[in-house]
Design a binder for this molecule. Sequence first.
Ligand code: 4AD
Ligand code: MG
Length: 431
Amino acid sequence: MAPVVKIGSLPSYIEQTVMLEGWLYNKRSSGKIQFLQLRDGTGLVQCVAVKSEVGDEVFAECASLTQESSVRVEGVVRADERAPSGVELVVQRVEPVQIAQEYPITLKEHGVDFLMDHRHLWLRVPKQAALMRIRAHIQRAITEYLDGQGFTRVDPPILTPSSCEDTTELFQTTYFDEEAYLTQSGQMYMEAAAMSLGKVYSAGPCFRAEKSKTRRHLIEFWMVEPEMAYVEHEENLRVQESLVSHVVTHVLNHCEEELRTLNRDISALAKVPGTFPRMSYDEAIAWLQKKGFDIKWGDDFGAPHETELAGQFSQPVFIERYPTELKAFYMQPDPNRPEVVLCADMLAPEGYGEIIGGSQRIHDYDLMKQRFAQHKLPEDTYDWYLDLRRFGSVPHSGFGLGLERTVAWIAGIEHIREAIGFPRTLYRLYP
Ligand code: 4AD
Ligand code: MG
């Protein structure tokens, strides 16, 4: 029996007989020869069946294979300079595993709704598989970087008694006799963990019932949330730019083929690693006004503003020190200008918008208590959070990186829904 090998490793089996286990991606025939394109999750290879060599029976078996049929193919690996993978397989024997019914996703164009209804099958398309691989590489690069910098991963709860960001976007559920919410952000728990472990991060799903149907919003998305004790605003930004630089470098080094499958402009990514430009919120407002936007100090940015601001740079840009009024209750005011907070949003280039939101946190007990009152937060559910300011409080900072937005940007895709295996979007819970 020939050894079972993966398509991706075929170049090291030239002139040897091997067995492939995969799915039929596409097929061409010229009467006497059939070209079977086989995929197995590691690559795509052309398998050539010549009637006069394999005999009528095997040739007929090849002909019976429909798109996406699962099949084992045995044959000899041949070097072929014209093939993208550098090899092809000369078929000797095929062993159909299951003959697929008529496959709904053909190689022609389909509408987005149709593809989303068939997401479980759409994932098999090379472009979608490439996206999943890039996503996995980005996750690996993030944990590799943070683990290497002395961060400890801590997993926050998903069911929570309170909100972290905006109460209007909470997913409510019940927890036996209590009200509960799906987490919007693990930040508050990471703050607690940072007081124990120094540098921590979480990486998991977050839920926001945002009624915004944009190409940047998901209802369920993944966030990476580092939190660091004894770290202030400036160092917080340094960690972010070096993390994002590491991630982009990793993808450039490990996902060459996937980026090619996606037609990603690699030269744009190559400009990213390094020190990122910065703009204050004040400068950003002035810039937008100069560009003719109808916006004034105190307004929040929308997608067109972010695109304009980030469009000046080939690297991500930090927009720093937003008005206190615009941002979450826990952000530390600038000591010289309490009307702004020590925060920054990182906007990705090429119109991808905010990929990171972060800040220094209020560590003073009295100020935090005052904010609770201003924001009408129920003290009973948040008392544990105040404890962090009662017992050995220190300046600390952190941020949240949106995984799907980061994937969409690095992979260069139009819409965030393709950056996750099974997207939950507005009005879509299937499949
Ligand atoms: O700016 P946000 O809301 O920040 C927080 O939640 C902080 N508590 C994080 C922290 O400091 N630990 O969200 C952070 C990032 C955004 O920059 C964006 O990339 C992503 O999370 N994000 C979303 N991604 C997809 N769909 C949504 N609905 C998102 N909402 C936020
Ligand atoms: Mg934000």
